[in-house]
Design a protein around this ligand. Structure first.
Ligand SMILES: Cc1cc2nc3c(=O)[nH]c(=O)nc-3n(C[C@H](O)[C@H](O)[C@H](O)COP(=O)(O)OP(=O)(O)OC[C@H]3O[C@@H](n4cnc5c(N)ncnc54)[C@H](O)[C@@H]3O)c2cc1C
Length: 305
């Protein structure tokens, strides 16, 4: 039995939204299909009449600069992101996070938009983009009394996740069109690290990303963003750790103490296939300070290093 009846390749965002509207909940957006098709084949998730694939909409397959942002289209693959010099330079932790997703075959078709819409707490791309303070553009139909029109709105990335596998974006009625972040400037640097089983599972045992902003001397932290997954029902923004870092010396002792704060604020649990709670806590103790130190090193070295 076929898993869907129709596969649509709209040529504009309006056409994509109108298709979803016409199917009235019976169609679903697909990107690379590396999560969705596997789930459908396994019998998880509702069956659909149609798939709507926005990856061929002109412009959505590109990464473009729209000052002050770097904007990533919904059709952009992890391979494109990882090899884009502007991402490597100004969104280092995102490039690193997309660069470890699956293998080359997965990265050549899978999209960052799909990684985010899938809403897994330890999705690598989501953890990387969240550390950069990313935003997501959502397109959908707004039904007005007399007419309906396609509307697009930007929302902060942390508002896109409701729970494990539960996205705030209803992929049967609306779609992610673009993602954006402000690239790091002089005095800022970011880093991503993760621990992964060598094979058999698609998500890491634990991952983390750090963005640090240092003062002109490179000695003091002025601001930080820290993300960890899985550390709760959604990709986790470690706000207490961020607050702790702010204003402190950018040295190993600070980073070790910040990791203790992170250990206290995260909600870790054991998972049969991936890792125990204790192992994850230990990885926060050991790996998070290293991630911070690397972000600090990059902030001191300047953009492009
Ligand atoms: C072998 C293998 C290894 C993997 N390894 C990793 C890994 O190491 N780390 C990791 O994080 N993930 C991993 N994954 C999961 C997956 O590859 C990623 O999450 C990927 O980014 C999903 O993107 P996609 O374009 O394939 O999404 P799809 O499978 O097409 O879609 C995923 C979900 O997002 C929705 N969706 C897709 N695009 C949009 C859009 N534009 N707007 C609205 N909704 C949309 C779909 O309806 C679906 O619900 C792995 C998967 C496989 C098969």
């Amino acid at each position: 039995m076929s898993l869907w009846k129709h596969y649509h390749l709209p040529r504009s965002i309006e056409e994509a939204v109108e298709l979803l509207n016409r199917y009235d909940g019976q169609a679903r957006v697909v990107g690379g299909g590396t999560d969705l098709i596997l789930e459908m084949q396994a019998g998880h998730g509702p069956s659909v009449e149609a798939l709507v694939d926005p990856t061929c909409i002109p412009g959505l397959d590109q990464i473009v600069e729209e000052a002050p942002y770097l904007v990533i289209g919904a059709g952009v693959t992890h391979s494109q992101i990882t090899t884009d010099p502007r991402v490597v330079r100004g969104g280092t932790c995102l490039g690193e996070s997309c660069g470890v997703i699956g293998g080359p075959q997965v990265r050549n078709v899978a999209t960052l938009a799909g990684n985010i819409a899938h809403a897994m707490p330890a999705a690598d791309g989501s953890i990387g983009l969240l550390a950069l303070g990313g935003e997501v553009e959502i397109a959908g139909i707004q039904v007005a009394p007399a007419d309906s029109e396609v509307v697009r709105r930007w929302v902060p990335l942390d508002k896109a996740f409701l729970g494990p596998g539960k996205s705030a974006i209803d992929s049967t009625r609306e779609l992610i069109t673009r993602l954006r972040f402000v690239p790091t400037r002089a005095g800022e640097g970011s880093a991503f690290k993760r621990v992964m089983r060598p094979q058999g599972v698609a998500l890491p045992m634990i991952n983390m990303a750090v963005l640090l902003r240092l003062d002109g001397t490179g000695q003091q932290v002025l601001g930080a963003r820290v993300t960890i997954g899985p550390a709760g029902p959604r990709p986790f923004l470690a706000t207490q750790t961020m607050d702790f870092l702010s204003g402190r010396p950018a040295v190993d002792e600070t980073f070790a103490r910040a990791a203790q704060v992170a250990q206290r604020e995260v909600g870790l649990r054991s998972s049969r296939h991936r890792a125990t709670q204790e192992y994850r806590a230990e990885m926060i103790r050991t790996l998070l300070p290293k991630t911070m130190a690397e972000a600090a090193e990059r902030a001191r070295a300047g953009p492009g290093t």
